[in-house]
Design a protein. Structure first.
Length: 469
């Protein structure tokens, strides 16, 4: 605004000065013409300047006569009382060099100020006439002063209004900043974090800049809160995991320590062979648990698998045969629905473990006489392994966490209903490492685990060729 006001004021002064100087120049030229005409009608000599006595000559009008060489013969000025006063030698010296060609000149005459002068010759008597520039300069100075005052008042008013408007517009930004400060004071590095403060709804209007900042801050706070909740969930899960793992390891360790103490004492009530068998069984149980934990750790680290082409039909058939040998009190059935080769790229040992864990889960958690059906489906899009049983089903409250580690239907920490609770977690981790997906659906009388694995390029091309034929 200062620049705009300055440019406008300068433009006004320049235009006004050009206009006033033009008007003054015109009056100077007219005065010279009138003086020349008056001398032609007067009978006076070469130094006669009596035309200055004529009516209408303004105060300060200056006139002069020249000789043939351009020297000043006579020069006078109209004084404030309407009379003429002869110019001094120094004042005449300021008029030297002006030729009678009608050109306008600006000279400073000592004691009289700045003048606009012109000299005319033409067909008449050569004469010089001039008018003072003081009035023009005073008018320009007055204009500059008026514009400066007006600009200052206008800028002051604009600054006041702008300050009020800007502060009012930035109030939401201040509230956004206050919210950010409040959130920054919350200790996010420890403990459970509750709901964080949000920017109020009116301050999140996307139509304003401050509202956009408020909305962005709310999204950031949502992200931080979600991350903190996820961190808390992971920490809680890790605490439960460590507690369960410690309990699972403590039981066999306690048994081993107990049997060892009995043998050290030479207690005759327990046979040494039985004690050694029990120690070996508990050691094997502990070793299996450690191996499962180590496998989960390796899968979490993303260690590469030993990838080969695996025929799922053969793999599942062998796993069902092994399960039938162990679970003779269950009814086992295998169904192959192959529209394409049931071949995937994967780690054969790990995929066999997935199927074995699912079959063991069905055998351990269902009563004798339960029918377990294993279905292998193969299409061009991939392969699906379904393990179905007609047992009592999985409790509804357990379904969301059935693939989490140490999840068991038996809340007590006994092993009456099976293993340590890592079987399904291992199956899920291996499936995800192969780029697949594992899911479960359960109701009373029907439970189904499904493992979906992507097809290999070879099987996809074979399926496409079969479809073409």
């Amino acid at each position: 605004m200062i620049v705009v006001c300055g440019v406008m004021a300068l433009t006004t002064v320049v235009v006004q000065r050009v206009y006033l100087l033009g008007d003054l120049d015109q009056r100077v030229t007219d005065a010279a013409a009138r003086s020349q005409g008056g001398l032609q009608r007067r009978p006076g000599g070469a130094t006669d300047l009596g035309f200055l006595n004529e009516r209408g000559q303004p105060v300060g009008t200056l006139a002069a006569r020249f000789d043939d060489n351009g020297g000043v013969l006579a020069a006078e000025v109209v004084t404030g009382d309407g009379r003429q006063r002869v110019l001094t030698a120094a004042q005449r010296e300021a008029l030297a060099g002006i030729t009678a060609d009608g050109a306008l000149h600006t000279r400073t005459v000592p004691g009289l100020g700045t003048y606009r002068l012109t000299a005319l010759a033409g067909d008449g008597v050569p004469v010089l006439a001039g008018l003072p520039m003081g009035d023009v300069q005073r008018m320009i100075d007055g204009l500059v002063l008026a514009e400066a005052v007006i600009a200052a008042l206008g800028l002051a008013a604009a600054a006041g209004v702008s300050a009020v408007v800007i502060r009012r517009q930035l109030r939401p930004l201040g509230r956004v900043a206050a919210t950010a400060v409040e959130v920054a004071r919350v200790p996010l590095d420890r403990g459970e974090v509750g709901a964080l403060t949000r920017v109020p709804g009116p301050d999140t209007d996307p139509g304003t800049e401050a509202g956009q900042v408020g909305d962005a801050l709310n999204r950031l706070i949502d992200h931080v809160e979600h991350s903190l909740a996820e961190r808390q969930r992971v920490e809680d899960g890790m605490r439960r995991f460590l507690a369960d793992a410690s309990h699972e390891l403590r039981t066999p360790l306690a048994s081993i320590a107990g049997y060892a103490e009995l043998m050290n004492r030479g207690n005759e009530r327990i046979e040494p062979g039985l004690a050694w068998r029990r120690v070996s069984a508990q050691s094997a149980r502990m070793s299996g648990l450690v191996e499962d934990l180590l496998m989960l750790a390796r899968l979490d680290e993303g260690r590469p698998l030993q990838l080969t082409d695996v025929n799922l039909a053969t793999l599942v058939a062998e796993a069902v045969w092994d399960a039938r040998a162990v679970g003779v009190d269950h009814e086992w059935q295998l169904s192959l629905r192959l529209d394409a080769p049931a071949t995937v790229v994967g780690d054969q040992a790990r995929l066999h473990q997935v199927v074995a864990n699912l079959l063991a889960n069905a055998r351990v958690h269902t009563p004798a006489g339960t029918k377990v059906t294993v279905v292998v489906e193969a299409t061009g899009a991939g392969c699906v392994i379904r393990v179905q049983d007609d047992g009592p089903g999985i409790p509804a409250d357990l379904l969301p966490s059935v693939f989490e580690r140490f999840t068991r239907a038996d809340a007590s920490r006994t092993r009456a209903t099976g293993g340590s609770g890592l079987g399904l977690a291992i199956a899920a981790a291996i499936t995800q490492a192969h780029g697949g997906h594992i899911g479960v659906e359960s109701a009373s009388g029907r439970t189904e685990f499904s493992v979906r694995l992507p097809a290999t390029r070879t099987s996809s091309r074979a399926a496409s060729a079969a479809a073409g034929h």
